[in-house]
Design a protein around this ligand. Sequence first.
Ligand code: SAM
Length: 307
Amino acid sequence: MLDRLKIAARFLKFYWRAKTKYRVHSPFVFQFVEAVLEDDRTFYVFREAEILRGELLNSNDSIEVEDFGAGSHVSGLKKVRKVREIAASALSPAFQCAWLFRLVQFSKPLSIIELGTSLGVSTLYLTEGSPRQAQVLTLEGSKTIADLARRNFDWYYDTFLKIGLKRNNPDILDFSSYEKNIKTDFEKNKIQILVGTFDQTLQKALNQVKKLDFAFIDGNHRREPTLAYFNQCLAYAHEGTVLVFDDIHWSEDMESAWATIQSHPSVRLTIDLFWCGIVFFRHENKEKEHFSLIKAEWKPFSWGFWA
Ligand SMILES: C[S@@+](CC[C@H](N)C(=O)[O-])C[C@H]1O[C@@H](n2cnc3c(N)ncnc32)[C@H](O)[C@@H]1O
């Protein structure tokens, strides 16, 4: 309860300082707001991935998972969890996944690393938003959860997309030749799951991509590991790299990690969307800049005298 009150207080603080597009003067940040926050278009993946989420939320299955504990420490313990509980508590909600999709569409990364696959819903959004030739490496500590994510990817690419294809093309009666050309195998092969703790897998993933374009850090939300992942990613980052840190206001520990990341000399621009923080290394930003941004309709009076 106390934690919820603290998060609510942090949100109010964020809300007070957050700017809408009407108050953003940087052309790059304005483009970002238009493309990521304000674009309300729905893409096919949104609907299909949300059907998958619905199935997971209604699932009666239970799986035995490795326990990462409150701070995601690997305790070696296993516990039985209902799939629907994991779906309800661990997955990024639909509107955040939509922002992730638009952010990868905006930044066009060819290499994506996700720390924290869980059931794979955010991975689908990241994959579908990225260019066709992109590779997506997603890291998960629990083998049983990773197995389920793999099953979800198969399901999505082998079933949903074909159903969608048929629904959207009622005139085509014979799909056998059409399906050979369908992009599903190609898209599915874009995703690779690396199983193990982030300490074991992040370096492998970075060695594999060699040059990191985009990372979504969505697991083990504690200060020291978060900073360690940031530093590891930094060694493979370049001017166009985008790093997204989830849950930056989740705890004082995470707020402190976020402040340290913002003050790093290589970081030129940061955007705080409350649920996540986005880091850019753009050399064009001669002066370091930090923005807290909110969709205009969430702060309707902001085009007046207010920020
Ligand atoms: C918040 S969930 C990821 C949610 C997913 N990105 C989404 O939005 O759909 C975090 C995941 O990271 C995994 N995880 C947490 N700490 C880890 C660690 N130290 N090493 C490997 N995996 C870890 C957990 O098992 C969990 O599945």
